[in-house]
Design a protein around this ligand. Structure first.
Ligand SMILES: C[S@@+](CC[C@H](N)C(=O)[O-])C[C@H]1O[C@@H](n2cnc3c(N)ncnc32)[C@H](O)[C@@H]1O
Length: 255
């Protein structure tokens, strides 16, 4: 058997779950999404790009404030679901385009606003993607990055990345605030101050959204049963396995 590469693994994990990501309350709401909409209202971008659009919630939040929005993702199934939902919402200024974030099929300086939410932790090339985001952004444009954020504490970081990987083998890494800051600077951005909040994940729907196989769900339960006090406290672990992670959203400007 030939093993899939990371890009194929991402597409095979997300493709069959497109509808679950369109309807996911975790993805359709959130303080980060409200901030993104507020920044879009201030920026009024002629062209905006949603990198790793998934079920399209960022694109839907940008569309009322933008001339045009390109919803961009690896998964053709996700893009079909986004196009259908956008049409249902009457958002005629959203177009979809398939590809990988590490190599964007757009000219230099072609967007006023580039946003990515809950996608970067899958990217095979984190630095390459941020460099591409910077390349396609206009000099007076703004980028916004939002994702689950790793704790600085190494013990909690290891546990968090482990349960993420068991739930979804296309997980690469949740980055810490310091890792985001350094990577954005390397890519030619001036990072703003991250806004962080806690995101509660209800255990059964968190597993169901990614169709985690029972053997992996059991492994997560087994880890939770052995988690040390520091990890339980960090995760705010509940008796049914529900827990909280840190989430951050930040603006970044061309340096
Ligand atoms: C959790 S979903 C994104 C959620 C969405 N942005 C939102 O705010 O609701 C992650 C998405 O990232 C996409 N993705 C992961 N790695 C990618 C890559 N290297 N290039 C393009 N898209 C990628 C996946 O296909 C998936 O649709």
């Amino acid at each position: 058997m030939i093993s899939p590469d990371q890009q194929q693994l991402v597409a095979s994990q997300f493709g069959p779950r497109a509808d679950a990501y369109v309807t996911s309350a975790v993805h359709a709401q959130g303080e980060d999404l409200q901030r993104i909409a507020g920044w879009a209202a201030a920026q009024k971008p002629m062209r905006a790009l949603d990198l790793g659009c998934g079920g399209g919630h960022v694109a839907f939040a940008l569309a009322p404030h933008a001339g045009d929005v390109v919803a961009y993702d690896l998964s053709p199934d996700m893009l079909a679901a986004v196009a259908k939902t956008a049409a249902g919402k009457g958002l005629a200024n959203i177009t979809v385009q398939q590809g990988r974030v590490e190599s964007l099929p757009f000219p230099d300086a072609s967007f006023d606003m580039v946003v990515s939410r809950y996608s970067a932790h899958h990217w095979r090339g984190f630095d390459a993607a941020l460099t591409e985001a910077r390349r396609v952004l206009k000099p007076d444009g703004v980028a916004v990055f939002a994702d689950i954020v790793a704790p600085a504490d190494k013990l909690c970081d290891t546990w968090m990345q482990s349960i993420e990987l068991l739930r979804d083998p296309s997980h690469q890494r949740d980055y810490s605030e310091a890792e985001w800051h350094d990577a954005l600077q390397r890519a030619g951005f001036k990072p703003g101050k991250p806004f962080t909040h806690r995101l509660r994940l209800e255990f059964s729907s968190w597993l169901a959204r990614m169709a985690t196989p029972p053997v992996q769900a059991d492994a997560i339960r087994a880890l939770f049963a052995q988690a040390p006090a520091e990890v339980r406290a960090y995760l705010e672990l509940e008796s049914d396995g529900s827990f909280c992670l840190g989430s951050m959203v930040m603006e970044a400007w061309p340096a």
